[in-house]
Design a protein around this ligand. Structure first.
Ligand SMILES: [Cu+2]
Length: 156
């Protein structure tokens, strides 16, 4: 009885805390994949997460895939002459013993040609492909607002 209650409490707390999910593949840990809920007509969205590399060698994120979008690209965010712009990159280096933040105004996975609106509270699968660690499928939690206080804009 007590065991059941504890298990239920554990399940509840993981589903309530969107920040509590992370994934391991090889020497890498992918922490808290999330995406912001977009207006119904928005054709794009972005996925964010943190990749930690506990290994002794650098790895590279080479690409991403989700059945919900026609195309997923790796993007970086640049400030050029006072303007902000995004552009596609072919790979993102994850240094040995380091971490890379995929976040608004930084690296992100851009999703094009969404089949439908991503709604607050849902999760969708995203496969990340790393050069050394291989592929890992994570669940991206859709949130209305991000949890860390950061800048908000993401224009395309
Ligand atoms: Cu982008």
């Amino acid at each position: 009885m007590l065991k059941k209650t504890l298990l239920l409490a554990a399940l509840l707390s993981t589903s309530l805390l969107a920040g509590a999910h992370d994934y391991k593949v090889g020497a890498l840990r992918i922490e808290h994949p999330w995406s912001r809920e977009m207006p119904p007509v928005a054709p794009t969205a972005a996925a964010y997460f943190v990749v930690r590399n506990d290994g002794a060698a650098a790895d590279r994120l080479l690409g991403a895939y989700t059945p919900l979008a026609a195309r997923a690209e790796l993007h970086e965010h640049l400030h050029v002459d006072g303007l902000m712009k995004m552009q596609q990159v072919q790979r993102v280096e994850i240094p040995a013993g380091g971490e890379v933040q995929f976040a608004p105004m930084a690296y992100h996975v851009m999703l094009f040609g969404l089949q439908r609106q991503l709604q607050d509270g849902e999760r969708f699968p995203l496969t990340l492909r790393f050069e050394q660690a291989g592929e890992v499928e994570v669940e991206v939690a859709v949130q209305r607002e991000q949890q860390e206080p950061q800048e908000q804009s993401h224009g395309h």
